[in-house]
Design a protein around this ligand. Structure first.
Ligand SMILES: *Cc1c(COP(=O)(O)O)cnc(C)c1O
Length: 490
């Protein structure tokens, strides 16, 4: 299958590219993104066929339907990384929390957040393409705390790739920071920045677009790529778990095959939700996709009023920092799917020049047939964490908790909801400890112990071990020095 471009073709790039090309240089003509030319139709035959398949068997068959230019052996190796999740037979447990609400836990991988679902296999795929081309790649990652650890973990010691990971010093949880600064592979460089996440992200965008930087890399025979979720190589692995979660509900007799469900997704860059949207288009029985946000509620306003409006907006820091984002990149792929390339280009250009675009009322109606949305503030989120723990015995993280608001306001109670849980409690323990017991400003290590006692949960060894691991990446610099620092590392 080939890939086409969300903003049309500018005649400087090929009209269609292969999967490998789309993931090596993910930015398409006019600054657009790559999307599959068509989606494979799976339908109920596929679902029935895989009712009792393992996660890997389901994943392998789904990926084969995309007919991508990656060898079968490479895909098998990539999927085998799910064997290292907590339960090698089932990397994504789906748990009943209350009547009609099931949580699909996407965080059982090595870095305890859902980024592992896509980045684990993606690392194998990207490195194998690089080896096949006998070429070296520098992967840039800017992180607010979950992408960085997952990218480092997947690329460490892999051939033909080096990673430079930028994080805001002081802007992540202790666990997130330790996950990065204790990585010691030779092909990884972790750089703390005196600044906020946006400074890291802006530096990354500047470097990706800089001809000077690229020619400096070229002298070293290195090309540049990025591991964020505009890369379709991540999205493709995020379709699978939506199908898996549905099949789990059928297996648990929670729904009959064919019965529609809500997918309720805590959203930031919209990669997770987009995976659900594609799964639906491929034949998964979905009633609607519900987009949950925090106080950075630009997606709620888009889906309710048809306006993407950043004119008055500023990112606010919340208790669910992985969703503190205003430009949600993957919405563009939905616009393309619903309204075509010409209109997508027009809307995205409006956003770039005016910080604003508006859908027509018929476009909004089309969007609302697929999506509904609400946002949840930090205090409401903490209340959902406490209440759900006390009433249902289920402990969740602050990102997952945002879904409980939209569950109440957007869904019909007789229809089953799948809420996606994107992080383990261990990654955001100070907020959770505060929600459960009221303690404030606890360090991660103190909060972890206190939650562990209150909730009778064990702290996983990989988290506990972080606190005694030697720190091997101690670089913290001013944002002006990023380029120099990366070139020094290479
Ligand atoms: C990245 C992340 C999200 C947002 O996911 P998107 O695919 O960017 O919408 C939500 N929760 C957690 C914990 C994350 O790490």
């Amino acid at each position: 299958m080939n890939f086409i471009q969300t903003r049309g073709n500018d005649a400087n790039k090929p009209k269609t590219v292969t999967f490998s090309e789309a993931i090596l240089s993910p930015i398409a003509s006019f600054g657009g993104l790559y999307v599959p030319q068509e989606l494979p139709e799976l339908g109920e035959t596929f679902l029935n066929k895989h009712l009792h398949s393992s996660y890997k068997t389901l994943a392998f068959d789904m990926l084969s339907r995309f007919e991508i230019d990656i060898d079968k052996e490479v895909i098998e190796e990539a999927l085998s990384l799910y064997d290292n999740f907590d339960d090698s037979k089932n990397p994504v447990p789906v748990v009943k929390v209350k009547e009609n609400l099931y949580v699909s836990e996407l965080y059982h991988g090595p870095t305890r957040a859902f980024k592992d679902m896509a980045l684990q296999p993606f690392g194998v795929v990207l490195s194998s393409i690089a080896q096949k081309r006998n070429h070296n790649y520098l992967i840039l990652a800017a992180t607010s705390g979950d992408t960085g650890p997952a990218a480092l973990e997947t690329f460490k010691n892999r051939a033909n790739v080096q990673v430079a990971c930028l994080y805001p010093d002081g802007g992540t949880s202790d666990v997130q920071r330790l996950q990065m600064v204790t990585e010691d592979a030779k092909n990884l460089k972790v750089i703390g920045i005196n600044g906020v996440f946006d400074d890291a992200q802006n530096a990354l965008k500047r470097l990706l677009a800089s001809e000077d930087f690229k020619s400096a890399l070229k002298e070293k025979n290195i090309s540049l790529s990025a591991a964020n979720s505009v890369n379709f190589g991540r999205i493709i692995f995020q379709i699978i778990y939506h199908i898996h979660s549905y099949l789990e509900l059928v297996r648990q007799n929670a729904v009959k095959m064919g019965e529609k469900v809500y997918l309720n997704v805590p959203s930031g860059n919209f990669g997770n939700a987009l995976g659900g949207y594609y799964a639906w288009k491929m034949g998964l029985p979905v009633e609607k996709i519900i987009i949950s946000s925090n106080e950075n509620n630009v997606l709620t306003r888009l889906i309710r009023d048809g306006k993407y409006d950043l004119r008055e907006s500023k990112v606010v820091n919340t208790t669910s920092p992985a969703m503190d984002i205003l430009k949600s990149s993957n919405i563009e792929r939905v616009l393309f799917d619903l309204f075509g390339a010409e209109r997508t280009k027009e809307l995205m250009e409006d956003l770039e020049s005016k910080n604003f675009y508006e859908l027509t009322s018929s476009e909004l109606a089309t969007l609302r047939e697929c999506f509904d949305a609400d946002f949840c503030n930090g205090d409401e989120g903490k209340k959902y964490i406490k209440d759900t723990f006390e009433n249902n015995g289920y402990l969740m993280d602050p990102h997952t908790a945002t879904c409980f608001k939209a569950y109440e306001t957007c869904s019909k109670p007789e229809i089953i909801s799948i809420v996606y849980s994107t992080a383990e409690w261990t990654k955001f323990s100070p907020v959770i400890a505060n929600a459960l017991t009221g303690e404030v400003d606890a360090q991660d290590i103190v909060a972890l112990e206190s939650i562990s006692k209150t909730a009778h949960l064990e702290i996983p060894a990989m988290v506990k071990g972080l606190f005694s691991k030697p720190i091997t990446q101690s670089t913290v610099i001013e944002k002006e020095d990023i380029e120099k620092e990366i070139l020094k590392f290479l």
